[in-house]
Design a protein around this ligand. Structure first.
Ligand code: GLU
Length: 302
């Protein structure tokens, strides 16, 4: 059963962990444990404007209270900026300075990428207009026709995007000076040797851009499994402001209850465990049975 496997959970510390992120945490942990792989935790605090003081520590304490041990040191994106800088320099031939502001891009009315980012009309592709100065650093995507990226998601199946049409040239370094998530996540997954990304389906649409960056950087493309996003009764995606998972250290009953809700959402059949040990003991094989039930697509070793 054992295959080379390094997985990770990569929360953004923009608030306490909510039920949706816990699904990603548990799914990534179970997939790693079932495949006898390693499970890493990376704090994605690269967007320092959105990071909330103490949130990362709260997330790490919650993972510990739930009995989820990372294999190896937790890494923090805010301490790895030189890696992102070096990567951007390596692909400098594909990047260009962009002087446009949000309003100018929105005014071009090209529409929005699936994640809500406005599609860039290419204004600065061939150089900044006289008098304009650089705001952000953009990556040039291939022209239409050569811009198709397809991959096979273990849950969603084949996903195809046309980068020129669906995202346009995208930002690697933002106008506020922070490195963009798309670059940081690709550099970190590569640098940490991640073979398997298990995360929420809200990031499915970002994956083709990440695969394009991997190709430019000569990085292997990991296997992907995007788990469904948790929505509340009204059908809204649980944001970080709502549905925080509140489990304090030592409150084993609350920890097991939170994990049971997550297991139920994932469709895991774990019985009625009363301790954390019993929960994980039941959940790891239950994850394997879930993969079997859902067919070969979910098996990274298939
Ligand atoms: N940091 C991202 C989030 O919390 C997840 C990134 C990833 O798993 O690739 O939504």
């Amino acid at each position: 059963m054992s295959i080379p496997y390094i997985g990770r959970f990569a929360p953004s510390p923009t608030g306490p962990l909510h039920a949706g992120s816990l699904v990603a945490a548990v799914a990534s942990y179970l997939d790693a444990r079932f495949h006898e792989g390693r499970w890493l935790v990376r704090i994605e605090d690269i967007d320092e404007g959105r990071s909330v003081a103490g949130a990362a520590e709260g997330i790490l304490a919650l993972l510990a209270a739930l009995g989820m041990q990372a294999d190896g040191e937790v890494v923090w994106q805010s301490r790895r900026k030189q890696l992102y800088q070096a990567a951007a320099e390596r692909i400098a031939a594909s990047t260009y300075p962009c002087g446009c502001n949000r309003r100018e891009i929105a005014d071009s009315r090209l529409g929005f990428a699936p994640d809500g980012a406005a599609i860039y009309p290419g204004t600065c592709r061939h150089g900044l207009a006289p008098g304009r100065s650089m705001r952000s650093l953009r990556l040039r995507v291939p022209d239409q026709g050569a811009d198709e990226i397809s991959f096979s998601d273990r849950f969603a199946g084949t996903v195809t995007q046309h980068l020129a049409r669906d995202s346009g040239d995208f930002v690697l370094k933002r106008a506020d000076g922070f490195w963009a998530y798309q670059l940081a996540v690709v550099v970190d997954d590569f640098e940490q040797g991640v073979t398997d990304v298990v995360r929420g389906a809200d990031l499915l649409d970002s994956t083709p851009r990440q695969i394009y960056l991997q190709r430019l950087l000569g990085a292997p493309t990991p296997r992907y499994l995007h788990v469904p996003v948790v929505r509340n009764a009204g059908g809204e995606k649980l944001s970080k402001q709502t549905g925080a998972v509140a489990v304090t250290a030592g409150d084993e009953a609350a920890a097991v209850a939170a994990l049971m809700r997550t297991a139920e959402f994932l469709g895991l059949d774990v019985g009625g465990p009363e301790t954390l040990d019993a929960f994980w003991h039941a959940a790891i094989p239950a994850w394997g049975r879930l993969l079997d039930r859902r067919g070969a697509m979910l098996r990274p070793d298939a």
